[in-house]
Design a protein around this ligand. Structure first.
Ligand SMILES: Cc1cc2nc3c(=O)[nH]c(=O)nc-3n(C[C@H](O)[C@H](O)[C@H](O)COP(=O)(O)OP(=O)(O)OC[C@H]3O[C@@H](n4cnc5c(N)ncnc54)[C@H](O)[C@@H]3O)c2cc1C
Length: 416
């Protein structure tokens, strides 16, 4: 419904995902009146835990050092350690088998990328991956599995991913954890006391002495500053959001940042048809990487999640039905048709690139783009501040989004 209501605050924040909520919490704790505008009908952006504790978006806390842990401790949440590499499986030679060569070889590829970058400079991840895999006496399908695993991790075609990109975020090489209560519970607790307005899709951002935002409902929001956490996938498609020209280097950075294509598939079974100790299953098939959604829980439900990036997603042709059909066929191939047909209850597809408010899984750095995250983060005219995972070196993660929210909130507080 259209309205011409006018609202005011010290700070407006666009987007109630991890970055926006962190920024709002810090600004509000420092005395600012904050309104968070969220275009969707639910908050939390790329974090969405369903009623069965299955994560449709972010799932893991990467490493033990990140800002996320401060919040986990503050709210007394419980973490579950992910299985170690001894619990890795691959689908190879027609069967699902225990094999941790993928983890070992991906670590080797990252090492080689670091070495190449320091001695010879930039190139595409594809070149380094080919170099490492070329001379190895391992089956071709294991090589495809490794390529698929990296595509799923970055949502990028390997020729489009740069070497600094392949090393982001640093925490990818550390241990992973899940939250027993689910990631949404963390954001819910962080949101207590915040003024979050749903269905407020910001369509115009104008600024002079004040900042004025207009949303799809026709309402306007006036404030001293704005923090945009709008994902890179949206900013690329909506350059007319800003009513005055942005600095050319910022426009160029929006143009160059990689918008990772990532979908999730959730397969719910009546009973488990995989080995109990299987923590992850990598495959040369289109569905790339699967894992039990409830790994490490005391009473795990028989649910498998697949994380699919780039070429895998392309083959779905924007169709959720096609993704579901492919997942069904590939599950039958891996575990046996009759087992899957008897045990499978349903398949849900989470097509992040089709979400009109997100349009990506996570951002990535293409070759020769080192430094653009810093440009994306630069404030404009002391009024516009930029946060969101794409603006942080720990990009593609929840803790990167938290870091960026904190940085932008402090920039706003210093400027006002
Ligand atoms: C499938 C998947 C798996 C992932 N796995 C992990 C993982 O295991 N571990 C990890 O750490 N990270 C993971 N990530 C990444 C992590 O989810 C993101 O980095 C992080 O949640 C991004 O937070 P954000 O606040 O930057 O952006 P978002 O969460 O995207 O928030 C931006 C918000 O802005 C809103 N918005 C957009 N445009 C407008 C507008 N014009 N007006 C108003 N609102 C608008 C959107 O609706 C959204 O709510 C995963 C992501 C995906 C998609």
């Amino acid at each position: 419904m259209k309205s011409n209501a006018e609202h005011s605050a010290d700070l407006t924040i666009v987007g109630a995902g991890a970055a926006g909520i962190e920024a709002a919490k810090i600004a509000q704790e420092n005395g600012a009146r904050v309104i968070l505008l969220e275009g969707n009908d639910r908050p939390h952006g790329r974090i969405n835990t369903d009623s069965h504790f299955v994560e449709h978006g972010a799932e893991f806390l990467h490493g033990v050092q990140s800002k996320t842990w401060e919040h986990v401790k503050e709210y007394g949440l419980t973490t579950i350690s992910d299985g170690d590499v001894k619990n890795s499986y691959v689908y190879m030679e027609g069967k699902v088998q225990k094999n941790n060569q993928c983890e070992i070889l991906i670590a080797k590829i990252r090492e080689k990328a670091r070495e190449h970058l320091s001695t010879k400079g930039e190139t595409s991840a594809d070149r380094i991956i080919k170099q490492v895999l070329h001379n190895l006496d391992i089956p071709e399908e294991l090589k495809s599995t490794i390529r698929g695993a990296i595509e799923s991790e970055y949502g990028a075609r390997l020729r489009n991913l740069g070497l600094p990109g392949l090393q982001e975020p640093s925490s990818f090489e550390e241990e992973n954890f899940r939250l027993e209560e689910g990631y949404s519970a963390l954001l819910q607790r962080m949101s207590e006391g915040l003024d979050i307005r749903l269905h407020q899709n910001v369509q115009r951002i104008d600024w002079g002495n004040d900042v004025e935002l207009t949303t799809g409902t026709g309402e306007t929001f006036r404030s001293k500053g704005v923090i945009s956490t709008i994902p890179a996938g949206i900013l690329k498609q909506q350059p007319d959001l800003f009513m005055k020209p942005l600095p050319p280097e910022k426009i160029e950075a929006f143009g160059r940042i990689g918008v990772g294509e990532v979908w999730k598939i959730i397969a719910t079974f009546r009973k488990r048809i995989w080995k109990e100790d299987m923590a992850v299953l990598r495959t040369p098939l289109l569905t790339q990487v699967w894992w039990p959604a409830h790994w490490g829980r005391s009473k795990p439900a028989p649910i498998l999640t697949a994380l699919i990036g780039a070429n895998g997603v392309k083959k779905f042709g924007q169709s959720e039905d096609e993704a579901s059909r492919i997942a069904f066929e590939e599950l039958k191939l891996m575990f046996g048709a009759s087992k899957v047909e008897n045990a499978l209850e349903n398949i849900d597809v989470i097509p992040w690139t089709l979400d009109p408010h997100i349009r990506t899984g996570y951002s990535y750095l293409p070759p020769h783009a080192n430094g653009i995250r810093k440009t994306l983060a630069e404030p404009v005219d002391g009024k516009l501040f930029f946060a969101g995972e794409a603006t942080d070196p720990e990009a593609g993660t929840v803790h990167g989004a938290f870091n960026s929210g904190e940085r932008a909130a402090l920039e706003f507080l210093r400027s006002s």
